[in-house]
Ligand binder design. Structure first.
Ligand code: SF4
Length: 373
């Protein structure tokens, strides 16, 4: 019997009893699958280790969850290992200078998240003696710590029966229950359905089991239903087209913007500037650049916005995709000293040290210096 069958007309008390049984069986099957198949992740305490008394470290759980928002496990893992080697505790991270943490974050994107990370670390270190609050509400009160992360840390680090719903879990719920309402409107319903499966038994493992199911079996494309531990309960599979869930409304096109990046060199050094603290890539080191706007920059406009009087030459352009827009960055390069608008604000950096730049500027520097990094 699939979960979708519960929607068929039947007496309320029968439905509740049937649903309770389905719920119990589904939970048991997924947890048993997790016991045997849990991914080995550096921030995770697997079931066998838990049985031997090991406990999840709230700092590592929190850090991993922040890093994993909007990026993949393979991409986030080396960052996680570098962060925890350099800052083994939340107090170590809290005591670090902003610029060091921002540079270490470069390449993970979403720099506002790095700023929130530091704000949260400093609140835990300064106001809670370096110990994370152990409830969802307590975690939620920390600066920069959103509802998803609070639920994940509460469940995984402190064993609280919190409802941990990310994109993976939304997809699993949409398929299990064959939810026809498209995203994003379906989000509250998917969250409600996920909440119905949360229990007091092993809440951290339950949250991680759902994450692993979504990441390795109930994948966005070509779900592996033939090896799914909850296939017997899946209304999407019963309907024959599980991969068509979650339904989606057509995406609006991302707007496109144009800007100019200036690569000013002085021998083996490149001129960088620190971006304003607020806004996109706020506080990060960057190549000097123009505003990013809808219209392409003419040569005259690009020269007028340049950070120094110099013999600027066009050296191509690069494309970059942000979440909310795409960007064409025209590249101008010159050899010379900084003057005019950037005088005093330029940081000369050796070419070999540009790896810490945000992806868009690293891409621009590599293209503009034509492999001379
Ligand atoms: Fe996902 Fe298929 Fe499992 Fe349903 S049966 S939960 S669609 S993997």
């Amino acid at each position: 019997m699939s979960l979708g069958d519960c929607a068929a007309p039947m007496a309320l008390e029968v439905m509740i009893a049937v649903w309770g049984g389905v719920n119990t069986a589904l939970r048991a099957q997924l947890l048993a699958w997790y016991d045997a198949n849990a991914r080995d992740l550096p921030w995770r305490v697997r079931p066998a280790a838990q049985a031997a008394g090991a406990k999840a470290d709230p700092y590592r759980v929190w850090l991993s969850e922040v890093m994993l928002q909007q990026t993949t496990v393979p991409h986030a893992t080396p960052y996680f290992l570098r962060f925890t080697a350099r800052w083994p505790t939340v107090g170590d991270l809290a005591a670090e200078a902003d610029g060091e943490v921002m540079a270490a974050w470069a390449g993970l994107g979403y720099y506002a998240r790095a700023r929130n990370l530091l704000a949260c670390a400093r609140a835990v270190a300064g106001e809670h003696g370096g110990i994370f609050p152990d409830t969802e509400d307590g975690l939620r009160a920390l600066p920069g710590l959103g509802p998803y992360t609070a639920a994940a840390v509460a469940a995984i680090a402190f064993g609280r029966p919190a409802n941990v719903v990310d994109g993976n879990v939304e997809r699993v719920m949409a398929r299990l229950f064959a939810v026809d309402q498209p995203l994003p409107d379906a989000k509250p319903e998917l969250k409600r359905l996920a909440a119905g499966l949360v229990g007091n038994e092993r809440p951290g493992d339950w949250a991680q089991a759902l994450m692993d199911l979504g990441a390795t079996v109930c994948r966005p494309k070509q779900p592996q239903c033939d090896r799914c531990p909850v296939a017997a309960h899946c209304a999407g599979l019963a309907g024959g087209e599980p991969e068509t869930y979650p339904r989606r409304t057509a995406k609006a096109e991302r707007p496109h913007r144009h800007g100019v990046a200036y690569i000013l060199t002085r021998g083996s050094e490149v001129a960088l500037v620190r971006r304003p603290p607020k806004g996109l890539l706020g506080g990060m080191l960057a190549l000097p650049s123009s505003d990013w706007r809808a219209a392409r920059w003419s040569e005259t406009e690009a020269m007028a916005a340049a950070p120094a009087m110099a013999d600027w030459r066009s050296v191509g352009e690069v494309e970059h995709g942000f979440t909310h827009f795409t960007l064409t960055l025209q590249l101008l390069r010159a050899e010379g000293e900084a003057d005019g608008v950037t005088q005093g604000g330029v940081i000369w950096s050796p070419r070999r040290d540009l790896d810490g730049l945000p992806s868009v500027f690293l891409k621009a520097a590599k293209a503009g210096l034509n492999g001379l990094l």
